[in-house]
Design a protein around this ligand. Structure first.
Ligand SMILES: Cc1cc2nc3c(=O)[nH]c(=O)nc-3n(C[C@H](O)[C@H](O)[C@H](O)COP(=O)(O)OP(=O)(O)OC[C@H]3O[C@@H](n4cnc5c(N)ncnc54)[C@H](O)[C@@H]3O)c2cc1C
Length: 490
């Protein structure tokens, strides 16, 4: 058996950041990843079947849309052909390059990488079985264990869910032909992004969602704007409908997605169905540890990421605290620091003086325009201010008045900043951006919400002109009494 100070199971954005952080402090660290292989495999769901493949194809979708709009700018251009196998190959090159980068990063910090599936019997008995060589097991031991096994696509138990035409996000990034009709079950972030991609590629896309509205975690105004943009891209959105079954249709290539609403049944024909109904945590590999669970997720202290066992930490998607790549990385860094402290025999919080503020982690629904949010939604901010006797001021501006956005042909959308005042300080509770470059602007918005400085001094920061980011400055001035760039507030 080989022993390490710290063992990490899972090589996604949670696991590899945890491993590197621990190694930086001089401890012996190993990472086990079942998909690691020469030339790739590291990086988890995010890099291999999630964030990066989807953004590569969203960029293709935006390129197609921009070519279609080019004639308005006096440029004659047209999309002659969309070569799906070539798009898959391009995505594979992007993934391989970044995944090799993760491998090089781990190597540079002397993290030992084991390629295989881990089963944790206990901390002195972690068995790694390689997919290539099932006979040859390796047994590892450790003083501290960080679990980062991530999640997989969830499914719904309906007849026909296992038909070959039904794909998940694990499969769709290898699709070789563009389906003429794509039905997406689930109107969350993944469903909306895939709808935007395939509608630009030429599929007739239908989203079916059981809840009354799309992307229910988003601020209502942002979700409404997103719905409008999907409709203008000719995506059919059916909310409040229940998927009953997926049935083979008359033609071999097709299926019918059977949905019902108020006792009315409808059959939606499609060559491909994407099941995007959420994610299920991968917890089987360590079930013998008997960790306390919170529904299907591993229960942790949100600040230290300690599980019900003091020497075991869990991070990322398996905790259900925030199912985003950057959240997994923040948790990975924190868990590694807490583990390092405990190996040093200290429980001081010197290494991690600030609690992780999950409410201030930004999230983005990508596409053109993107929807990006940080902090409270308007509805939550209204309730919070009413409860705490605070005054809520809402600052707004539109991209239609932003020089850079209009020059770029992207003058659709708005910025909304929610500012609370009334106690000793003025605080920004939330920022919502629906528009061009929202996924970039949200990083500055996160600094504002995280409250690194007082709001009035933030408002005095000069923004370069012409930039998309000027909208943040204008909306903040608007919340604080009015911006000279806008007509009087009504
Ligand atoms: C289509 C899609 C798009 C997404 N887009 C975004 C986005 O734009 N931005 C964003 O922030 N998030 C996005 N996400 C979510 C993001 O991918 C996850 O939140 C993130 O990957 C979670 O990181 P993790 O480290 O917890 O787990 P994962 O990334 O899932 O990594 C877990 C790793 O553990 C390995 N593993 C599991 N069990 C074992 C075992 N027994 N032994 C060894 N290895 C094991 C797995 O192979 C995997 O590599 C997207 C997800 C999907 C599906």
């Amino acid at each position: 058996m080989t022993n390490y100070d710290i063992l990490v199971v899972g090589g996604g954005p949670g696991g590899y950041i945890a491993a590197v952080t621990a190694a930086k402090y001089g401890f012996s660290v190993a990472l086990i990843e079942k998909e690691a292989q020469a030339g790739g495999g590291l990086g988890g769901t995010c890099l291999n079947r999630g964030c990066i493949p989807s953004k590569t194809w969203l960029d293709n979708a935006e390129t197609i849309e921009r070519v279609k709009q080019a004639s308005k700018r006096g440029i004659d251009a047209q999309v002659v052909n969309i070569d799906m196998p070539a798009m898959v190959k391009f995505k594979d090159r992007v993934v391989k390059r970044l995944s090799m980068g993760v491998g090089a990063l781990l190597k540079s910090w002397n993290v030992a990488v084991y390629n295989g599936t881990a089963v944790v019997h206990d901390l002195d008995n972690v068995v790694v079985t390689s997919a290539k060589d099932k006979e040859n097991e390796v047994v590892l031991g450790c003083k501290r264990l960080i679990l980062a096994t991530g999640s997989r696509p969830a499914t719904i138990p309906i007849p026909g869910a296992d038909l070959p035409q039904v794909l998940t996000s694990d499969d769709i990034f290898n699709i070789q032909t563009i389906p003429p009709h794509l039905t997406i079950v689930g109107g969350g972030v993944i469903g909306v992004e895939m709808a935007r991609i395939f509608s630009a590629f030429g599929s007739k896309v239908t989203i079916v969602e059981a809840l009354p509205r799309l992307a229910p975690n988003l601020d209502e105004e942002v979700a409404d704007a997103l719905l409008k943009s999907l409709k203008s891209a000719k995506v059919t959105v059916k909310t409040g409908v229940k998927v009953e079954a997926i049935e083979p249709a008359d033609s071999d290539a097709e299926v019918n997605v059977v949905v019902s609403c108020n006792d009315v049944t409808e059959r939606i024909p499609a060559e491909t169905v994407l099941m995007a109904v959420g994610r299920a945590p991968n917890t089987e590999a360590f079930s013998e540890l008997g960790l306390e669970m919170n529904r299907r997720f591993v229960k942790v202290d949100p600040n230290t990421l300690k599980t019900s066992r003091q020497d075991v930490y869990a991070i990322g998607d398996i905790t259900g605290l925030s199912m985003l790549a950057h959240s997994a990385s923040v948790m990975g860094e924190r868990a590694a620091k807490v583990a390092v402290q405990s190996l040093n025999g200290s429980d001081s919080e010197e290494f991690y003086p600030f609690p992780i503020d999950y409410a201030a982690i930004p999230s983005v629904v990508y596409g053109e325009p993107s929807a990006a949010s940080v902090g409270m939604s308007q509805q939550a901010a209204e309730e919070y201010c009413a409860k705490n006797s605070l005054t809520l001021s809402i600052g707004r501006t539109i991209f239609g008045g932003n020089g850079r956005a209009v020059a770029s042909g992207m003058g659709e959308g708005f910025v909304k900043i929610l500012v609370a005042s009334g106690d000793c300080q003025t605080r920004i509770l939330g920022i919502h951006i629906y528009g061009p470059m929202a996924s970039e602007l949200i990083n500055e918005a996160s600094v504002l919400v995280n409250g690194g400085a007082d709001v009035k001094s933030l408002a005095s920061v000069v923004h370069a002109h012409p930039t998309f980011g000027e909208t943040l400055s204008i909306a903040l001035h608007d919340a604080l009494g009015g911006s000279s760039h806008q007509p009087p507030k009504k």
